[in-house]
Structure formats: C-alpha cells, structure tokens
Design a protein around this ligand. Structure first.
Ligand code: UD1
Ligand code: CA
Length: 479
C-alpha cells in the first residue's frame, strides 16, 4: 500500500478522524421517469429519493451536505430546505450539466480542505450508514475509497479495472473495450476521498471521451498516477447501490425497502400475515404480540400497543393505538397534524373512519360507517353504526344510535356538542351544535335536538305520530 505524499506542506492530508462532508449529486434530469417531477423528488415510501440520501448523511454525523441541483433546482431546493437537521446544508447549481465530474466541481468552493468528501447520488436512496462508515474508515483520510459491486449484467456502468488487486482506473461502459466490458465489478457511484486530493484531481479533468462529459470517475486514474492508493470495497447488497431511472426500478426498490421493514418488524416479534403485503411509509412502533393482517398501510408516525390486532386493508396514519385494541378490516385512521388515538381494548370498524383529533378512550366501540373528527369519547362510549361525531365531547358509556349525527357546522362556524356520561341517543337523531345533553339523558329516535337536554330527561323532538283507523288506500286509476 503506498501512502499519499503531500506535494506541499500547506495541503497536508486530513487526519483519520477528519470531518465528513457529503456531496449529493442531484442535477440530472431522469428522462426515463417520463415525469414532470425532478427524478430525485420521486418518492420511495412517500419520501423523496434525495431525502432518503440526506437522512443517511445525517446518520453519518457528517459536518455538512452540499446538494448539487440543476434540473428542477428550485423544486429540489424547496423540498430539502430546512431538512438538514444538524448538518450544515447548502445547495450549489450546476448549469448546464456536463457530467458527474463537472457536478462535483461546482461544490468545491464550499468544501473545506480538512475533510473527507463522501460522494452520493440523489437517486440512490437505500445506502446504509454503516456501509458508508466502512468506506470512510477505508479512506482513512488519505486513500481513495470506492464502493463497488459485482453485477451479473454490468451493462451501462463504469467498470473497475484492476491490475492484480490494485484498482487502476474506471472505464465508463461507452468507452470500454470488449475486454473491459466483460468485467463484472462496477463502480456504484459512491466514493470517499480526501477533499485536498479531490480538488487537485478535479482540476485535471477533461471531456475527451465517448460522451463528451467530465467524468468524476477519471479521478481514479489520477490517483493511480499520483501513487495514491485506491481501495475498492465490494458490497454484496445490490439494494444499497441501486439507482432509480424508471418507474419499474422505483417500484422494485420500493418492494425491497418494504420487505426490509417487514423483516425488521417480524424480527421484533410482530406477526405479519404476509410480509409482501405491508407498506410502512413512515415510522411504525409496535409492542409485543401485535398482529397485522394483509394489505395494511402505515403512514407518518404510528404506534401500536401490546396485543393490538389490525385487520385486513386498513390504512393508519399518525395515530396511536393502545394495548389490546382491535382495528377491524377496511378502517381508515388519519390523525393528521393533530393526531388520533384509540384507547385500550377499543373495537374499531370494520369500515370506520377516524380523523384528526379523534381521541377514543378504553373499550370504546366504533362500528361500520362511523366517522369521528376532533372529538373525545370517554371509556366505554359506543357508536356502532352509520354515525358522525364531529367537534363533540362524549362521556363514559354513552350510546350513540345508528344514523345519528352531530350537526357541527352552521354554514359559517363550527360548534361543539357535549354529551355527558350515560346518555342514550336513539337512532337517526340530529344534534344541532352548540348543544349539551346532560348526564343520563335519553333522546328519542328521529329527534332533531336544538336545545340543551337536562340530565336524566327524555327528549323527543319529532312530528307526533298520528294513526288514522281503517285507512283506505287510493285505488289505481283505470287507463
Ligand atoms: C455513474 C458513473 C458510473 C457508475 C454509475 C453508477 C460517472 C462518469 N459514471 O454513471 O461509473 O457505474 O454512475 O450508477 O460518474 N449528475 C449530475 N450532473 C451531471 C451528471 C449527473 O448531477 O452533469 C447526477 C445525476 O443526477 C445522478 C448522478 O449524478 O444523480 C449520476 O449520474 P448518472 O448520469 O446516472 O451517471 P451514470 O452515467 O449512470
Ligand atoms: Ca445512473
């Protein structure tokens, strides 16, 4: 192994613990996506591809990340603004796009000389931080470290040309000889390189090649010329270096990603009816003995307590479900920014809909075609069929009849309905808010309630029934 010898004292190589600066190339167009959206903003598990890359950079505890934008630059920068976390996040523009080497050249002015630069692509979303840490360790502040992989079909990729074990150069597919095209080890597009060396080598690039582009990969031959050791770390995990160029590749990588999440959940004890029929687009926390049936989707932050069972075809977003609750099939819960919560042992669905601000206590029952929004239901409250509870405070053990609703909107403003403990609301009632039903009150079926009902009272507010004896139905007229 030959060590890098600095040519002048002012540009000494960084130490082994050099700060890490990440460069994310995201200027390319992505023609094959056939989309108006810039490629790096296509979403995997609901998150833009480039944001996955940025999240990985955050896990590296890098000092900074520079995103190189070009196609759809305004959109890409807007999507990432404020997403850097502890990273110093900046953007540089590459106009026009003259190749990957030209792209990284644009970032040089904002890169410190003391760091190790990790080059990533905005369209390679699933690289793991530990893989990059290993690459950074390999670079050790002085070598050029490349992440490579053996591919059964290396068509289109840059081939890693070795002499013995030592890496000599990378040849792009279009520039490669037939002999070189037979090489199956390809460059993943990911490298770790000391900034001082990167800067020196990028200054030497030209575009005398098959594509007339400035190739970042040409720095490999400069390293070899300068006697800097080039180390290639081969990964066995194709998913980590897979780039997205087409809707098919995007869907395939989505499945790989979902499979990984499903496996991790099962390793933690979650019982999935079918790991191939689960989609987690966010963070799903599960207690012990959670069971999830097929075709369920989890979005945002969802947590499921011990013993929770989720039936088939449910969508749960931004909500917490307490221990032993059962969510029956086809239930949709979306807590939005406010969140939604389901209490211990509650039974929800089938075909229930919980919206932002639904807060259900222990043993609450919400049945089919019942919608709850911005409402609190205390322990044991029930709305089992065809009902709407919006902007309501519902006491313990209330029974809310089939077809009954809170009329919370007067056309201009929303008002609250308060239903105290042990109230029984019959079927097909309209509670016109603002209104309060006192504890233990009963509302007769078919009532439209516009005034408060005192505790313990029976309130009936509907047309009185009239029975006409021996009623003769009109006769059918002769034609
Ligand atoms: C590149 C590598 C190739 C490697 C392959 C792995 C070079 C010259 N070749 O090839 O060795 O096997 O990745 O996928 O680097 N980009 C810009 N500005 C540009 C050009 C590209 O920002 O001017 C961005 C793209 O948006 C993309 C990344 O750089 O995120 C890689 O570019 P791409 O055109 O996909 O490179 P390849 O030709 O596939
Ligand atoms: Ca590519």
């Amino acid at each position: 192994m030959s060590l890098f010898q600095p040519r002048d004292a002012s540009a000494s190589p960084p130490s082994q613990t050099a700060p890490v600066d990440v460069v994310i190339m995201a200027a390319g167009k992505g023609t094959r996506m056939k989309s108006r959206l810039p490629k790096v903003l296509q979403r995997l598990a609901h998150v833009p591809l480039v944001q996955h890359v940025l999240a990985t950079a955050q896990q590296l505890q890098a000092r900074s990340a520079v995103v190189i934008t070009g196609h759809g630059a305004d959109q890409v920068e807007a999507a990432l603004a404020g997403q850097g976390g502890a990273l110093a996040l900046s953007f540089v523009r590459q106009e026009p796009q003259l190749g990957t080497g030209h792209a990284v050249q644009q970032a040089l002015p904002v890169l410190g000389d003391d760091g190790v630069v990790v080059v990533l692509s905005g369209d390679v979303p699933l690289t793991q931080a530990d893989t990059l840490q290993a690459l950074i360790a390999l670079c050790a502040g002085q070598h050029l470290a490349l992440l490579t992989i053996d591919l059964p079909d290396p068509t289109g990729y840059g081939r890693v040309v070795r002499a013995g074990d030592a890496v000599q150069t990378i040849v792009e597919h279009k520039d490669a000889s037939a002999q070189q095209r037979a090489i199956t080890e390809i460059y993943s597009g990911i490298m770790a390189v000391p900034a001082v060396l990167l800067k020196r080598w990028l200054a030497r690039l030209d575009n005398n090649n098959a594509q007339g582009e400035y190739y970042l990969t040409d720095i490999v031959k400069f390293a070899a010329q300068d006697g800097v050791t080039v180390l290639a770390q081969k990964t066995l995990d194709a998913v980590q270096v897979a780039g997205i160029n087409s809707p098919v590749q995007l869907a395939e990588l989505e499945r790989s990603f979902q499979r990984r999440q499903a496996l991790a959940l099962m390793e933690a004890g979650v019982r999935l009816a079918d790991p191939a029929r689960l989609d987690v687009r966010g963070r799903l926390l599960c207690g012990m003995d959670v069971e999830i049936d097929v075709n369920c989707i989890f979005e945002g932050d969802v947590s499921l307590g011990d013993g929770v069972r989720i039936g088939a075809n449910c969508v749960l977003a931004n909500c917490t479900v307490a221990a032993d609750a059962v969510i029956h099939p086809f239930t949709h819960i979306d807590g939005g920014a406010q969140g939604a919560s389901v209490g211990e042992g509650a039974l929800i669905g089938p075909f229930a809909r919980l919206r932002p601000g639904a807060q259900l206590g222990a043993q609450v029952h919400i049945g089919n075609f019942v919608e709850v929004k911005n409402s609190t239901l205390a322990a044991g409250a029930k709305a089992n069929h065809l009902a709407y509870l919006g902007d309501a405070t519902v006491g313990e053990r209330v029974n809310f009849g089939a077809g009954s609703i809170t009329a919370n909107y007067d056309g201009s403003n929303k008002h609250r309905t308060t239903i105290e403990a042990d109230v029984h609301v019959g079927s097909n009632c309209v509670l016109v808010a603002p209104v309060t039903l006192g504890a233990g009150a009963t509302v007769g079926g078919g009532s439209t309630i516009t005034k408060d009902v005192p505790a313990g009272a029976l309130s009936v507010a509907r047309g009185k029934q009239t029975n006409l004896a021996n009623w003769a139905r009109p006769k059918k007229l002769a034609k």
